[in-house]
Ligand binder design. Structure first.
Ligand SMILES: [Fe+2]
Length: 144
């Protein structure tokens, strides 16, 4: 999948987080493909719902890791992570609402790549920083 070239550079040697990131990146690339070929709206909607579910599960997992941080020491990182999560969830919800309200795939096809890029950037920058901080604080258990 060409959109996922470089995915190894987005892995942090954390079994759960890496698996969730991999699923998010591959499904995101698949949704981009569906948009690019203007696939059937119902097919796109099912994929976006699935994406929404796995992103929510992942963000919940990351929130439990963020909660391990001392808020007085890492307020900026914590606030930024939460802000980005809210923004991306809102973006996915808007796509679902647009499709459910009857907008065609071609009408919103230009918006999803923005979310996909935001997600990759979030993983590459904010999640990398989170894992680094957790390692530094001795709060990271790789397998869980
Ligand atoms: Fe993440």
């Amino acid at each position: 999948m060409s959109e996922c070239i470089g995915i190894d550079s987005l892995m942090f040697n954390h079994a759960v987080i890496d698996e969730q990131h991999r699923d998010i990146l591959y499904l995101g690339a698949e949704i981009n493909r569906l948009f690019s070929i203007c696939a059937d709206r119902q097919e796109v909607l099912i994929a976006v719902y699935k994406y929404y579910d796995i992103v929510l599960t992942h963000f919940s997992c990351e929130s439990s890791l963020i909660a391990l941080l001392d808020p007085s020491k890492y307020k900026h990182h914590t606030d930024e992570h939460i802000r980005l999560h809210k923004s991306m969830i809102g973006f996915i919800r808007d796509a679902i609402t647009d499709l459910e309200d009857g907008l065609s795939v071609s009408e919103i096809r230009d918006t999803f790549p923005i979310l996909f890029n935001d997600m990759m950037n979030n993983i590459a920058v904010n999640d990398r920083e989170l894992v680094g901080i957790l390692e530094q604080e001795g709060s990271l258990r790789r397998g869980s």
